[in-house]
Write a protein that binds this ligand. Sequence first.
Ligand code: PLP
Ligand code: COI
Length: 331
Amino acid sequence: MAAFGTVFTPEMIISRFNDNSWSTPEMVASDSIKLHPGAHVLHYSSTCFEGLKAFRHADGGVYMFRMEKNVARLQQSSKLLALPQFEAAMLSQMILDMVKRFAADVPTPPGSMYIRPTHIGTEASIGKAAAPSLESLLYVLLSPVGDYFAGGSKALRLLLEDNARCASHMGMVKSGGNYASALQPIMQARATVQADQVLFCPNGDVQETGAANFLLIDGNEIITKALDSSFLHGITRDSILTLARDRGMVVSERELTVDELLERAQKPGAEAALSGTAAVLTPVGTLIHAGKEYTVGSGGAGTTTNALRQALNDIQWGKAEDKHSWLTKVC
Ligand code: PLP
Ligand code: COI
C-alpha cells in the first residue's frame, strides 16, 4: 500500500473568494491551482486544513464521519487566521459532491477515504505581514488511505519534550505553521532516541503530539487535558471520550502533569494512546523523559485501548449501531 496521503483523486473541488464573494464551487484537476509567488499564504502562513474520513460499509454504502465538526473547526481556524469566512453549508456540499463523485474509489475497511479541506490566503501582497489576506482559495482534496502509522497498531515510543508544539494561543488552529514548528523536535527525537512521536509538555503540562491527542487510561478512568486554546480539539478525542462514558468509564478532562503521567503509566494495567483521524487510537508503549525510559503498563497495546478503537471502528464501518448519529450517508 502507498504511504498515507500520497495518492490523490484526479480532481478536486474549489471555490475562490475575491471581491467579497465566493465563486460557485467547481471540479478542477487536483494539480491545477495557480498561485502568485507573493501570495499571503506563502509568506505569512495564512493556511488551515481539516482531516476527516468517509467509510465504505458492507452494503456498499459510503458514509461520512462527523463531518459537521470538521467543517465547524475549519470555520474556527479560518476566523482565528483572519481568512475570509464561509458558510458551513457551502463546504459541506463541496465535501459531499467530491465524495459522491469519487465514491467508487472509497476503500473497504480498514481503509477509508481521507478528506482534506484546505483554506489558504492568496492575495498577492508581501506587505501584509500584519494584515489579513482579502482573497483566498477553499478546496477539498481526497486521498484513499490505509494506516497512518507504518507499524499498524504497534505500541509507539514517545519522547516527552518540555517545549510547546506551537504558540499557546494557536494550538486550537489546525494550521501549517504549527506543524512546521513541531518538525525539528520530532526529527531530533527520531534520530536521538528512536521515538515515533514527541509528546509536547510545556512546563510539565501534558498536551498533545505533533498530529494526535494523548489519553492516559488507568483502570476505569481515562484522563486527558481539558480543552483550552493551546492544543487541537480532536474530534476523535471527543468520540473516544463519549464511547468511554458509554462503557461506564470515568472521564477526567483536566490538567495532567508529566510527574503524574510517569507515575501512573508504570502501574500494572496502565495504558496510553494517541487519538486522531489518521491515528484512530494507537497504543503508546514507552515514554522517554530526561534520558530515562518508562514502560506503559505491559508495554504493548492495552485491552481498553483495543476495545475503544474497535468500538469506534465498528460504528465507522457500519458494524455497530450509530447511537450518537455520527454518520451521514453520502450514497
Ligand atoms: N492534534 C493534532 C496536532 C492533530 O494534527 C490532530 C489530527 O487531526 C489531532 C490532534 C486529532 O484531531 P482529530 O481527532 O480531529 O483528527
Ligand atoms: C489527521 O489526523 O487528520 C491529521 O491531520 C494528522 C495528519 C497531519 C496526517
